[in-house]
Ligand binder design. Structure first.
Ligand SMILES: C[S@@+](CC[C@H](N)C(=O)[O-])C[C@H]1O[C@@H](n2cnc3c(N)ncnc32)[C@H](O)[C@@H]1O
Length: 213
């Protein structure tokens, strides 16, 4: 008998060899391969982006480029993904993986703190971003959300990863660590935010999807 997750993955379009190879590489060469969004969530990111016909996307937290490739694969022709990664040691791996996927022309890699780099890049260009994926430091979720909000167009989507935090947010009496508290506070904040319509999915570690009104 297969598990529900195995059955779901068996009935989801595979992500392909390049992403499978990156996942294998991450398990062999990084200490936190679980940071990759993986094939199931990755396929959903591609489909969301494609459904929006996104031409401008932003990602906070590239790591080694797995979700980056998933998002960029769903962009409309001529679209661009700006991805931000604070850890400069990741840069060579990000660029190698993007090249292997043949997506160099669609992805702009920015190395440094997204909090400083996004305003420097987008300046006063409000309402231009179709799709944003927030997957950086979890205690900064609210900061990243407010950072990207003015740049979102109406009808654009903001997706925030790891909103279930391994189930810890379900039992706050037991889990009083700062990450869990920040993630739960952020989930409540979004849920009360009249600027968005939101749905939380139990995909992988939880994804909050916000449609900007
Ligand atoms: C969970 S990993 C990203 C995984 C990637 N999105 C994926 O699914 O393949 C989080 C990454 O965010 C980066 N990060 C954390 N804070 C950041 C910031 N302020 N600006 C840019 N990147 C940041 C970390 O260095 C780390 O590589």
């Amino acid at each position: 008998m297969v598990t529900p997750q195995e059955y779901i993955e068996q009935h989801t379009t595979p992500v392909g060899k390049v992403l499978d190879d990156i996942e294998r590489w991450a398990h062999l060469h990084t200490s936190q391969p679980q940071m990759l969004c993986g094939p199931y969530e990755g396929r959903l990111l591609t489909l969301l982006c494609r459904s929006l016909q996104a031409r401008c996307a932003v990602e906070i937290g590239t790591f080694v480029g797995y979700s980056t490739i998933c998002i960029a694969s769903g962009l409309a022709d001529g679209g661009v993904l700006h991805t931000f990664e604070a850890n400069e040691e990741c840069e060579q791996h990000i660029r190698r993986h993007i090249a292997a996927a043949g997506l160099d022309g669609r992805i702009e890699v920015h190395i440094g703190d997204a909090n400083a780099l996004i305003p420097a890049l987008l300046g006063d260009k409000t309402g231009v971003v179709d799709f944003a994926f927030i997957d950086g430091g979890k205690r900064q979720n609210r900061q990243f959300y407010e950072l990207i909000m003015p740049y979102m167009r109406r009808g654009g989507l903001i997706v925030i990863d790891n909103t279930m935090w391994g189930g810890k947010v379900l039992d706050l009496d037991r889990h009083r660590d700062p990450d869990t508290i920040c993630i739960d506070d952020f989930n409540n904040y979004v849920n009360g935010d009249s600027r968005v319509e939101n749905v939380m999915l139990s995909v992988r570690d939880g994804m909050m999807i916000c449609s900007v009104l």
